[in-house]
Structures are given as C-alpha cells and as structure tokens.
Design a protein around this ligand. Structure first.
Ligand code: SAH
Length: 362
C-alpha cells in the first residue's frame, strides 16, 4: 500500500504524468492541499476532476497517523500526543508553546535500539523505523489539530534519527520543499545520541538543519555505561565529527547534557565537560533528568545551577532547559510505555481519551 506523505515532489510529478496522464501541475495542486491547506482527503481536493479524486483515493492508504490520545499539561500547556500507525504501533509527539512560539517535537522510530539506561524509549527496545510519511505525518497532523501552522520542528522524540537516515532526510526534503510545506531548515533541529556517520552526512548535505548532540557524560567510562552507543563512537571520535560539522556549516552546535544526581553532575564532571567544549562554538542545554525508573535520581536545583555556573565561568554558554510537561510524562517514550502496560492504571483527569477514534483517519 502506498501512502501520500511518503512521496517526494518528483515522485508526485512522475505519478501525475506517467501513471495518470495528467499535467505535472496536478502535483503542485495535490502537494498544496496536503502540505499547505492541511486537507488530507483526496475527495476534498476540489480543483481536481472527480475522476482524478476517485483514482487518487483508491491508490493510497491513510494519509495521517490516527490520534489515539492527547495529554495537556496544566502547568505549561505542553501537549503530548500518542499516534496510532497503520500497523497498530504507536509513537509520540510533543507540542511546546513558549511565548507564543510553537515547536513540534517528533519521533523517527518506534522504540529505539540504542538502549540508553536513563531513557524510557531506550529501555522499551526497538520495533521499527518510521517511514518518511510517518515522520512528516506527525508534524502535519499536529498542525491540523492546531488548525494553524507550527513554526519550529525538532527531531527529538522517540528513536535515533541518524539510524533512520534515509527516511529522515526524505522527510526533511518534503517539509522544506517550496511546493510542499516550505518550512525553512533553520527552523529544524535534529538531535542525535552521537551516530558519527549521521553527523558527517548532515554536514555534507548542506541542508542547514541545526544539530544537537546528547553528550550526557564527559568521559568514556561513564558514557559507555549511560549510553552504550559510546562503545561504537567514543567521545574523541564524536567530538571530531562535531568539529567537522561546525567547520563545514559555521553553525553553533547544541550540546545536550542531562543531569543525573551524583552520577554525572559533580563539579569535576562540569570541569571536564568544559574542557571537551573548549574552542567549539556551542550552547549547552542542561536537562534535569525526568524520572522514568528507579535507577537514578533527579538532581536538586542547586546542583544543576552549580553545574551551570562552572561551565559559564569557563566561558561556555549554558542554560537549564525549563522543565516542561513533567506532569504529563513528557520525557520521550513514557506515554507509549504507559499505554502498553495496559489499562491497569485508571485514567487521570488530565487525560483526554479521544472517543471518535477512527473518524479522524483521512
Ligand atoms: N536519539 C536522539 C533523540 C531522541 S531523545 C538523542 O539521543 O539525542 C531526545 C533527548 O532526550 C536526548 O538528549 C535524550 O538523551 C533525552 N532524554 C531521554 N530520556 C530522558 C529523560 N528521562 N529525562 C531527560 N532527558 C531524557
């Protein structure tokens, strides 16, 4: 079965011309409906002939993932969405609203093979890659839910984007294409656990997407333990790739450093991190761990602030990421995990169970 959002612009042109015998501007019209007007049902594409609408309808499967659950944070308005995919698998997206600026955070895989010890998704194992259409679909479905465009996009949901590089790059291609969503790549950030070939490929692509790297430990012994991917791409190799990215693009790189109490948050860790970042144009996002299991503890505010001060005193720009959506399990993978555990847990008052499941599928 083919899915509309899996197709790039050239594939639409080819389909219209060669299979349907239509002029290629039909591709512009269809892409305009899908990506610009948030109309996902061919029957509603009124500038196409009735015959073409019917032909297109039977040629394709559902355009968007089905929204199966939404949680809205009472504290900060963060929304977390759980999508059901055509094979019954589920992925999450998050919508963050800060000072009127909306940012969508979307997933690239169902589960994740990297098994980071602090991460709910990593602990749940890997199921499969998302297709280009399933990646793009989360973003467009969120825009549809909002009834308005979303200005910023981060690939920081479930999964490792660079282990699904082809679909990820195709999704970016569709989102940025002027005849499709036309979202500037400067408004997109991809976060990686440190897959070196992916960083190098992104540098070479000249796409202009911003890069964030999850570092989380300043030395290999600790990073091996927290993030097994470090055994394949240790810190020296990782930082060489980050420096290459910077030389190639001129961009400042975001360094994500998640703080686990008494594990990676001591003054000595901060000093060693500062050494690693020496000479790199970077910006450190300090993220207090969002508790997902018993193995770690969240550090106190004072410890987090002390860590930040040490970086700043060594000339490194660092900010503590405001914790958002904590009351709705906004750490990646948590909502899916909760749903999979079944219905033992009574739904909380915050949860909006969508009743009209199925009718949302277009
Ligand atoms: N695989 C990519 C993107 C997905 S995770 C990556 O690793 O960067 C997005 C970010 O959330 C990563 O920095 C990840 O380490 C972090 N993260 C995962 N679980 C977390 C938790 N429980 N609390 C805080 N941050 C978490």
């Amino acid at each position: 079965m083919r899915f509309p959002l899996d197709m790039d612009y050239e594939e639409w042109c080819q389909l219209c011309r060669e299979d349907w015998g239509e002029p290629s501007f039909r591709a512009d019209q269809i892409c305009g409906w899908l990506y610009g007007r948030r109309v996902f049902c061919f029957e509603e594409m009124t500038n196409l002939s009735k015959e073409l609408r019917a032909k297109a309808s039977i040629s394709f499967g559902a355009t968007l993932p089905e929204l199966s659950k939404v949680e809205v944070s009472k504290r900060d308005g963060t929304q977390k969405m759980l999508w059901s995919l055509h094979d019954g698998e589920a992925v999450e997206s998050v919508l963050l609203v800060q000072e009127g600026r909306k940012t969508a955070c979307i997933s690239t895989q169902v589960g994740c093979p990297l098994a980071c010890s602090f991460c709910a998704t990593g602990q749940s194992g890997f199921v499969r890659n998302l297709s280009c259409g399933e990646i793009v679909g989360q973003f467009l479905a969120m825009e549809k839910e909002q009834g308005a465009p979303i200005d910023n996009l981060v690939f920081m949901g479930m999964g490792e984007p660079f282990l699904n590089l082809e679909a990820f790059l195709k999704a970016v291609g569709n989102l940025r294409h002027p005849k499709m969503r036309a979202l500037g790549t400067r408004r997109m950030t991809v976060s990686t656990a440190g897959i070196v070939p992916g960083i190098l490929a992104l540098a070479e692509s000249n796409l202009g997407i911003r890069l964030a790297v999850s570092v989380h430990a300043p030395d290999d012994a600790l990073r091996d333990r927290l993030m097994p991917v470090n055994r394949s791409y240790p810190l020296a190799e990782l930082f060489k790739a980050i420096r290459f990215f910077q030389e190639k693009t001129g961009d400042r790189v975001s360094i994500e450093y998640m703080l686990l109490d008494a594990v990676n948050d001591t003054p000595a860790h901060a000093a060693r991190l500062a050494e690693r970042l020496n000479g790199l144009k970077s910006y450190v996002n300090l993220i207090p761990w969002n508790a997902t299991c018993e193995a770690f503890r969240k550090p106190t505010r004072q410890r987090v602030e002390q860590f930040r001060q040490i970086l700043v005193s060594r000339g490194i720009e660092a900010e503590v990421r405001r914790e958002r959506g904590e009351d709705i399990n906004a750490a990646c993978g948590q909502l899916r995990q909760k749903e999979r555990r079944g219905s033992q847990e009574a739904p909380s008052a915050r949860e909006i169970q969508l009743k009209e499941k199925g009718t949302r599928r277009v």
